[in-house]
Ligand binder design. Structure first.
Ligand code: B12
Ligand code: SF4
Length: 477
């Protein structure tokens, strides 16, 4: 069968915010750039426009990317595309972590990174020989990736249609936090993209600001200091407005690199403190120990270098009592953090955390994957009821993401900048916490009182989201 067209789809969730999308389809931009030039390719971000099912037919290959929380929606899209005769390939985090489950309804699945297998899948489909499963877990050398194609850049028009472009510079994480899926998705070995390729990509995309998709970019301060120096010196010369990345606390121990990072226009580190409770240290992969004294020192040192800190905290570890919300709030308030992310521990498929809780019969049954979004309780916590965990989280979210909280932290961040930089920095100072406020607005469901299944929270502020979650195609598992 001769292929007519490739559709690449990112399932939607948030719609537009002030006219623009919040999640640049970077994954699909990279995959679209691997489609041979003679084959038509179209990226569809469901947050921006509906999927054109009516155009699809038997000669079309539909690729869908999905994290766990998007997989039910991906299935809904797949069913409709298949009804038009199109062939559906599903890849991304959930297909990598739960391949058998996805293979039951997709025509084919892409497990792993797909830099090698995606072009193979297109060629096989073209010859009428598409296989049900392709596995790519060789952790390819990132130096050999093709650049993002011109037709892709023109089609996505990211600077106009999205708030913050994404960029990948390094990939991998050698840590082993019990709740994290990154190791399975990105590999344990840290891989680096050549600096000249990174610079070329920034220039070709014309991006002035970006969020790094790297799981633990900061770990390279220790693992690859020469590379970081080379990178920062190259970024320093670009007319960037600012960028942000994920890191761990030890970046604070490298003052020379911090200084270079600042000169390279780095705005903020997202640092995984994970917990302000030392009883959880075993789960934190060695990078955080619940030691708030050390956290304060880290925040101060990074601030001294002129860089902001967004603190990431997870709730619901076995060591967490109901008081954890108040004590963490007390710490956050006096910490000087510039932004805060709070999430509920979520036992994703493939994590040691899930294995243990499954053995202990602690997973709440019949929770749809769409609620595996880190805003919902999906298991029985040890020292709280599911409802106490959900309520504690809501209480803290209310405190942190009220307008006063967002304005206070944003202003503090802005005041750290020289006055002449304010027009450039104003967006970044407030946007992070606003994004987390949006995420928390998905907390429309609360665990049922008996702890089995979910009921809709009557006090929901976001009717549209409740309606979406009620759609019959959001199946349980
Ligand atoms: C950037 C990022 C984000 C961005 C959004 C990115 C996006 N467009 O979806 C932001 C910051 C908004 C975000 C938010 C969240 N994220 Co996130 N995110 C990432 C991160 C760090 C990188 C993903 C990325 O863009 N990588 C770069 C691109 C090039 O690679 P890739 O996406 O892995 O795609 C490759 C392969 O997977 C494969 N592939 C992917 N899709 C497809 C499709 C087809 C057809 C084929 C053939 C191949 C294929 O080929 C690609 C090229 O190699 C990953 C961690 C990771 N390393 O994957 C977490 C990760 C995906 N996120 C995660 C989570 C939990 C979340 C949140 C729920 C967290 C939160 N509470 O805020 C939210 C959910 C938001 C939402 N509505 O979806 C988890 C997902 C776990 C799971 N089982 O689903 C991950 C794995 C992090 C983790 N530590 O566990 N995230
Ligand atoms: S350090 Fe971060 S990316 Fe690495 S395993 Fe732990 S949570 Fe995941």
């Amino acid at each position: 069968m001769a292929i007519r067209k490739v559709y690449l789809i990112q399932p939607g969730r948030d719609g537009r915010v002030l006219g623009r999308g919040t999640m640049t389809p970077y994954t699909l931009m990279r995959l679209a750039s691997l489609v041979p030039a003679e084959v038509d390719v179209e990226i569809i971000d469901e947050d921006l426009r509906p999927v054109p099912f009516e155009e699809m037919g038997p000669q079309d290959l539909v690729g869908i990317t999905a994290k766990t929380l998007q997989i039910d929606r991906a299935r809904w899209i797949a069913t409709r595309a298949q009804a038009r005769g199109a062939t559906v390939v599903v890849g991304g985090t959930h297909a990598t972590l739960a391949p058998d489950e996805v293979a039951a309804w997709a025509d084919s699945i892409a497990v792993g990174e797909a830099y090698r297998t995606w072009p193979e899948m297109i060629a096989d489909f073209d010859r009428g020989r598409l296989q049900p499963r392709y596995v790519d877990e060789e952790w390819a050398d990132l130096g050999h990736l093709p650049p993002i194609a011109d037709r892709v850049l023109q089609q996505v028009d990211e600077n106009r249609n999205y708030w913050t472009p994404y960029l990948e510079i390094t990939r991998g994480c050698p840590r082993s936090c019990t709740f994290c899926t990154a190791i399975r998705v990105s590999g344990r070995v840290m891989r680096l993209r050549p600096v000249d390729q990174v610079v070329a990509e920034i220039e070709r995309r014309g991006i002035r600001r970006f969020f790094l998709t790297d799981d633990n970019f900061g770990l390279n301060f220790r693992l690859h200091p020469e590379y970081m120096e080379e990178l920062f010196k190259a970024l320093r010369k670009l007319p960037l407005q600012g960028w942000t990345c994920q890191a761990e606390q030890m970046v604070a121990d490298y003052p020379d690199l911090l200084k270079l990072a600042r000169e390279a226009h780095l705005d903020k580190f997202f640092i995984g403190f994970e917990s302000a409770n030392p009883n959880n240290r075993r789960e934190l992969g060695g990078k955080a120990k619940g030691n708030t004294e050390r956290y304060r020192q880290v925040i101060d040192r990074v601030h001294e270098a002129g860089i902001g800190v967004v603190g990431l905290f997870v709730f619901g570890f076995d060591g967490d009592p109901p008081e954890i919300f108040q004590s963490t709030y007390d710490f956050i308030r006096e910490s000087g953090l510039d932004g805060v992310s709070i999430t509920i521990l979520t036992p994703y498929v493939g994590t040691p955390q899930r294995r243990v809780w499954r053995e202990q019969n602690r997973l709440i049954p019949n929770v749809p994957w769409s609620l595996y979004d880190t805003n919902h309780v999906t298991y029985y916590p040890k020292q709280m009821t599911p409802e106490e965990l959900a309520r504690g989280y809501d209480w803290l979210a209310g405190k942190l993401y009220g307008w006063r909280g967002i304005a206070g932290r944003g202003l503090r961040n802005l005041l750290r900048q020289p006055l002449r930089a304010w027009p450039r920095k104003a967006f970044a100072s407030f946007s992070t916490d606003y994004g987390y406020r949006l995420e928390c607005s998905h907390r429309d469901w609360v665990p049922a009182r008996d702890g089995i299944g979910y009921r809709i929270n009557g006090s929901s502020r976001s009717g549209a989201v409740v309606a979406a979650s009620r759609r019959p195609e959001f199946v349980g598992k």
